[in-house]
Design a protein around this ligand. Structure first.
Ligand SMILES: Nc1nc2c(ncn2[C@@H]2O[C@H](COP(=O)(O)OP(=O)(O)OP(=O)(O)O)[C@@H](O)[C@H]2O)c(=O)[nH]1
Ligand SMILES: [Mg+2]
Length: 401
């Protein structure tokens, strides 16, 4: 295993996330170094900190320094020279994880495109610096060779974009055939590790890989399931979000994420077993990614997951302070708690012929049983029943004692 020093910001959330990323990329972190700003011009960190990192690297016999921020080519170069370590910035780290996880042809293309978008501006900078004599020649090449190299990179990028466009068209065709089937389309979204795949597996009875590692899922899988007995809908599981994901990476994964734009309903998963500030940061980051994708918020239901290990207080506070403007429902994808309610909530939303009168639809002969289910799953009812009847309420009392 590669041994690394992790350089990140002092906030707990950021530290934990950076550790998760480093681990997911296969590093064992020997030491965590924090600093308030990682955007100083020479090394990213201040020069005193850079010296300290060099010392720790020698003591701990590490081979890499991971910096949890975007570094320019010269910052990375300077830090590598001073510390004699491999320097990996946050974007490189995320790309490495994506790279090792990409299992389908489309995911591989998307990662390659993101990789080129990462490399090209850095290669440009390296060339500029080497021409000024400030850095060793770009891969030891002369000006002409560099030119040829750039043209090759550009060509490759165009080729990748073309292939991805074809993949996008295939998705479009699939979408059209889906429309012809007239099946409602539900998409799972949310931070990485929030439990999307676990929920997906439960609904469609599949065994797709679930794991505490970040970015387990990189491609979209769509399957049919029955939110209501005898009524089919499509459910799709997709790539997770993360904070500070650069626009070009969102762009590269656009065709995967585009599925969300066409969903009739989005289940936004949130892990409510985490500390509240973390829930808040992740929620905000999801909402902002969804905004970048121009998603209509009216299509979102927030699924508060991992009830089995969350405190009742967390659930309550998340509802009261964080997820204020959107409907939410608590579940445990692991134990199955709340899943029936979620199922009927979904049915209520995606089968308009069952929509209650106040939403404008005429009630087209739903059975008495179905109607009771609809009434039972109005938002206030769910909030009320979960807040009062939640089995963990007693746990909270014990903690307070
Ligand atoms: N205790 C508990 N753990 C859960 C629950 N749901 C999911 N998990 C665990 O959380 C981890 C992440 O779950 P995944 O389903 O892989 O998460 P994901 O959102 O698909 O993650 P990515 O594919 O990485 O974006 C796994 O270890 C799951 O077993 C739950 O309701 N309760
Ligand atoms: Mg997953």
């Amino acid at each position: 295993m590669k041994r690394a020093i992790l350089v990140t910001y002092p906030e707990d959330f950021t530290k934990r996330e950076a550790l998760g990323l480093a681990e997911a990329a296969g590093y064992s972190v020997a030491k965590v170094v924090t600093q308030k700003t990682l955007r100083r011009s020479e090394y990213g960190v201040g020069s005193g900190k850079a010296q300290e990192i060099a010392r720790i690297a020698e003591e701990e016999k590490t081979d890499s320094v991971i910096v949890d921020e975007r570094l320019s080519s010269s910052q990375a170069h300077n830090l590598a020279k001073l510390t004699h370590q491999n320097v990996i910035d946050r974007e490189r780290l995320i790309l490495d994880i994506f790279y090792s996880r990409a299992s389908t042809a489309e995911a591989k293309l998307q990662v390659q495109l993101a990789e080129l978008k990462y490399e090209i501006p850095r290669a440009r900078e390296a060339v500029r610096l080497s021409l000024k004599g400030e850095q060793a020649g770009f891969m030891g090449m002369g000006e002409y060779a560099v030119d040829v190299q750039f043209r090759a990179l550009k060509k490759r990028m165009t080729m990748l974009q073309k292939k991805l466009e074809q993949a996008r068209r295939r998705r479009e065709l699939f979408r059209e055939s889906r429309l012809r089937l007239e099946l409602p389309f539900i998409s799972l979204a949310g931070y990485t590790s929030s439990g999307k795949t676990t929920l997906f597996n439960r609904f469609v009875s599949e065994r797709k890989e679930e794991s505490p590692k970040l970015f387990t899922t990189l491609t979209t899988t769509t399957r049919s399931f029955e939110p209501l007995t005898g009524r089919k809908a499509l459910l799709s599981d997709t790539v997770g979000f993360i904070s500070r994901l650069p626009a070009y990476m969102i762009e590269a994964f656009k065709s995967t994420l585009e599925e969300l734009e066409h969903a009739d309903l989005i289940l936004l998963m949130l892990d409510v077993s985490e500390p509240l500030d973390e829930i808040n940061t992740k929620y905000e980051s999801c909402i902002s990614t969804l905004e970048q994708l121009h998603i209509n918020p009216a299509k979102i239901i927030v699924v508060l997951n991992k009830l089995d290990i969350a405190s009742a207080e967390n659930l309550l506070e998340t509802r009261k302070r964080i997820v204020k403007d959107l409907p939410s429902i608590g579940v445990s994808a692991r134990t199955g708690e709340g899943m029936e309610r979620l199922r009927s909530l979904i049915a209520n939303r995606v089968f308009p012929d069952l929509t209650p009168v106040e939403e404008g639809g005429e009630l087209k002969q739903p059975s008495l049983e179905q109607r009771m289910e609809i009434e039972e799953t109005t938002r206030t009812e769910i909030v009320k029943s979960l807040d009062i009847g939640h089995p963990l309420t007693s746990k909270k009392t014990t903690t307070n004692d």
